[in-house]
Design a protein around this ligand. Structure first.
Ligand SMILES: Cc1cc2nc3c(=O)[nH]c(=O)nc-3n(C[C@H](O)[C@H](O)[C@H](O)COP(=O)(O)OP(=O)(O)OC[C@H]3O[C@@H](n4cnc5c(N)ncnc54)[C@H](O)[C@@H]3O)c2cc1C
Length: 375
């Protein structure tokens, strides 16, 4: 048998990191352990995210990882954003999702679909002091996202928005929202349009904050739009093309949720120390398999390849592994695992969200089935 690969040409293993990536990962890991960890228990109990941590995220450059340096960002890769979410989530999945939504949803959409003028107005803020949120879901439209009812009507130089959004992560902290509304309900998905909304726009208010099972410190809020005035220049992308922005942004975003779940699984696993070796070996194997899906998918995105199927697989599988690992860790701890004396019960509660947001597991399965069956 002839061997084509030589020592020089052999592809690097999927989990191999460059020197820069190792440095970046270790910096975030140290920050998570030293600075985030001390706040985790209280944030979970109170259901409030510690504001100083958000400032720390900006100072460390974690809120604009991929934003080009000319706008004050890190000029980094999507893969680095994934590493950051994994490392933060190993300590606290709420910290992980604050950074995840900022980078993989909001900044991603802003970098890709904005005009030059919008880039100049918003990208520097996203790197320096402004948290972002991504508002698609409504009370009556989650999985069926394009049934959204939030209405946008053009009047002169402004759109007037009316409606409500639900479940919006970072809602309490955010200054900028990417929000999807329809300019023509009779046009179905072709009426959907994306807007850049600032929390100080007239007619915009943040409503009820949900009291949740897991990721309790991450704010999940209702948004209320009552004759909310949005300058026409704040349409993101083209009018009627918001569905494309929503789909493509979420394709990338769900890789971030995979990272959140793999970080969480690792964190629960590290928190574990009593020995039941076969179960531990099984967990280690599943985490490794999930991480390979995740890293490969993030590298595909950076390489400009089509990653839609792999992103759905990543989110589906990483969230399954996270829940299994965290659940098993609760059991391995015995009675203590069920108490708040040990962190495993929190990892277990936090793991549940991975199967729900950015497309439920059923929605991931539907995407995968469609793509593998060539429909
Ligand atoms: C903590 C949290 C944070 C969130 N953050 C955000 C955010 O930042 N921005 C945002 O826009 N949204 C956010 N969401 C909303 C989230 O994306 C939705 O909850 C999710 O998409 C599911 O929608 P739903 O709640 O309406 O459930 P439904 O769509 O009603 O689903 C209920 C069940 O039915 C199943 N189901 C539905 N349709 C089908 C189908 N066609 N085939 C098979 N099964 C189906 C689902 O899989 C699920 O099990 C968040 C939600 C939570 C809980």
């Amino acid at each position: 048998m002839s061997s084509v690969a030589t020592a020089h040409s052999a592809p690097a293993p999927l989990v191999a990191l460059t020197e820069d990536e190792v440095l970046f990962r270790d910096t975030v890991r140290q920050f998570a352990q030293e600075t985030v960890q001390p706040h985790v228990r209280q944030m979970d109990e109170k259901g409030v995210f510690e504001p100083s941590l958000v400032r720390n995220f900006f100072e460390l450059g974690l809120m604009g990882i991929e934003i080009p340096e000319q706008y004050g960002g890190g000029g980094g890769t999507f893969f680095e954003a994934i590493l950051a979410v994994e490392e933060l989530s190993a300590v606290d999945a709420s910290a992980g999702v604050v950074v995840d939504v900022q980078n993989t949803l909001v900044n991603n959409a802003l970098m890709r679909w904005t005009t030059d003028d919008q880039k100049k107005r918003y990208l520097p803020r996203m790197c320096s002091d402004t948290v972002g949120a991504y508002a698609l879901s409504e009370a009556g439209s989650g999985s069926d996202a394009f049934a959204l009812q939030c209405r946008a009507e053009l009047k002169g130089d402004e759109y007037i928005l009316n409606g409500q959004k639900m479940w919006i992560t970072n809602g309490k902290e955010a200054g900028v929202f990417i929000l999807l509304a329809t300019v023509d309900p009779s046009a179905g998905y072709k009426g959907i349009t994306a807007f850049i909304i600032e929390n100080e726009f007239p007619g915009f208010t943040v409503g009820k904050k949900e009291d949740k099972l897991g990721i309790r410190a991450s704010s999940t809020c209702e948004l209320i739009l009552e004759d909310c005035r949005v300058p026409k220049v704040n349409v993101l992308g083209e009018v009627g093309k918001g569905y494309k922005i929503a789909i493509e942004t979420l394709n990338e975003g769900r890789i971030g949720i995979g990272a959140q779940m793999i970080g969480l699984a690792r964190g629960a696993w590290i928190a574990e120390f009593q020995g039941i070796q076969f179960q531990i070996a099984q967990m280690a194997t599943e985490i490794e398999a999930a991480r390979m899906l995740l890293y490969n998918c993030a590298r595909m995105k950076d390489a400009g390849m089509n990653f839609v199927k792999e992103a759905a697989m990543t989110k589906l599988y990483c969230s399954q592994v996270a829940e299994r690992v965290a659940s098993l860790c609760v059991e391995i701890y015995g009675g203590y695992g069920f108490t708040k004396d040990y962190p495993v019960e929190k990892y277990f509660r936090d793991s549940k969200i991975g199967k729900i947001y950015e497309g439920t597991s059923n929605m991931q399965l539907a995407t995968i089935a469609k793509l593998v069956m060539g429909k």
